[in-house]
Design a protein around this ligand. Structure first.
Ligand SMILES: [Zn+2]
Length: 444
């Protein structure tokens, strides 16, 4: 793992920028968004599904379609807008397939062979594209000897895809990306290529970092933030232990050896969740009373409510700050764990995406949305790459409900686990971590 690398994002702040520089940046950001929107429109549909790879074909079509000269957008921005949009389209298709997979697993009327056929089609892009576009295709190899009513199943597939397929859309036009050819660092700042030949626009920066990859420029209030991507070499910490970790809501990480890292994560997250709940309730009250004022014709009052109660800026800022605080805490604790445990291998469970069959309360939904489980998993995986640690995610089936001492079904109550068969008692986190250890060692 000596030559493994990891991509890190570094944020670089500009100094306050003059109005004409801001106007230039905003213009580029708006055109960048237009290029993304045009690419979504052209290639986000079912007919383009099979033509998304290689991206160079789309790039050359977009180069010659006339949009670039119409917008007069330098190619240092234009091409990245196209590539970013194609990436979004691909990830949209990933989401569509997952939704369809979920939908077909929930249908009891499908036989095992029919399920196998549908899952195979979903797995092979060329076949999937042919089915959706009603074109001929060759039966995949693993379906040989199995006969299913392909016509009916293909119709089902088309219907399910239609239900959840949606072209990606541009939400905000407040950023753009630029290739290395489009910028250079000099004079304590960065020069960006402009629409006028040989004229570059200067942004003074607060620090002296430089980049050799693409940069993402995000517009703020009278300033810009640059996001740099840096490859850093994976460090070797040459540990020897295998660590089995349960990722939780109360404590970030509980290991099978009993050590806990990120204890009290919920105490950091819950007050913020409650604060947001209260805020959101107050907001919906304000929305209602503004509507009432509008109906009653009291425009002055409606405007007053809009201006003082429905602003998003402060709300977003506070939310972001709380999130940063929690993420810093998680990162520091994960680092502490790696330092202390010196693992050679970290084993966790895969994250299970719950199908949306049960309806949770708004509060529970918000709690789920604000849960940091997937963040912890992602950071842990990145850190493993950084330190050359093997990262393994196993199927969580049974890790929560079985007794880690005797293997029989136990009882879970709130945070605690106990087994009536052998009398073992522990926290759910502890029992699950021990099960992850047992299962990944194959002792079940
Ligand atoms: Zn037991």
């Amino acid at each position: 793992m000596a030559d493994a690398t990891i991509i890190k994002t570094i944020c670089q702040h500009s100094r306050p920028l003059p109005a004409d520089t801001m106007a230039f940046l905003r213009g580029i950001a708006e055109d960048y968004a237009k290029v993304r929107a045009a690419t979504y429109e052209r290639y986000g549909g079912i007919r383009s599904l099979n033509h998304l790879t290689p991206v160079y074909n789309i790039l050359s079509e977009m180069r010659s379609c006339g949009l670039r000269s119409q917008l007069d957008l330098p190619s240092a921005y234009y091409e990245l807008a196209v590539m970013e949009a194609v990436t979004d389209i691909k990830s949209m298709w990933g989401t569509v397939k997952n939704k369809v997979r979920e939908a077909i697993s929930g249908r009891d009327r499908l036989t095992a062979d029919e399920l196998k056929y549908l899952r195979t089609v979903l797995r092979i892009d060329t076949v999937f594209a042919a089915v959706l576009n009603r074109r001929k295709y060759e039966m995949p190899q693993n379906m040989e000897g199995i006969s299913v009513e392909t016509g009916r199943l293909n119709n089902l597939l088309c219907r399910l895809v239609r239900q959840c397929h949606m072209k990606p859309a541009v939400r905000k036009a407040d950023y753009f990306r630029v290739t290395p050819a489009g910028y250079c660092y000099k004079d304590g700042g960065i020069y960006l290529v402009s629409r006028i030949k040989r004229r570059r626009v200067f942004l003074p920066l607060k620090d002296g970092q430089v980049s050799s990859h693409q940069i993402c420029v995000r517009l703020g209030d009278g300033e810009a933030n640059l996001y740099l991507y840096r490859e850093s070499e994976a460090k070797d910490i040459s540990g020897s232990a295998s660590v089995y970790a349960y990722i939780g809501y109360q404590d970030a990480v509980t290991l099978s050896n009993g050590h806990v890292y990120g204890a009290g994560l919920d105490r950091l997250v819950s007050p913020e969740t409650e604060r947001l709940n209260a805020k959101n309730q107050a907001r919906s009250r304000a929305v209602r009373s503004r509507l009432d004022s509008l109906k009653a014709g009291d425009m002055a009052k409606a405007e007053r409510i809009r201006a003082s109660n429905l602003g998003k800026k402060k709300y977003d800022r506070q939310k972001q700050r709380a999130r940063d605080r929690t993420q810093n805490f998680i990162n520091a604790e994960l680092n502490r764990m790696i330092e202390a445990e010196k693992p050679k291998r970290i084993v966790i469970t895969k994250l299970i995406v719950k199908p949306r069959t049960r309806h949770y309360s708004p509060q529970a939904n918000r709690r789920l949305a604000r849960s940091f489980g997937s963040y912890i998993r992602r950071r842990l995986e990145e850190k493993c790459r950084l330190y050359g640690i093997e990262f393994v995610a196993i199927n969580p089936k049974g890790t929560g409900s079985t007794c880690s001492a005797c293997g029989s079904e136990g009882i879970r109550e709130k945070q605690d686990f106990h087994c009536e068969n052998c009398g073992y008692a522990a926290t759910i986190a502890q029992n699950t971590a021990r099960n992850i250890e047992r299962m990944s060692k194959g002792t079940i």
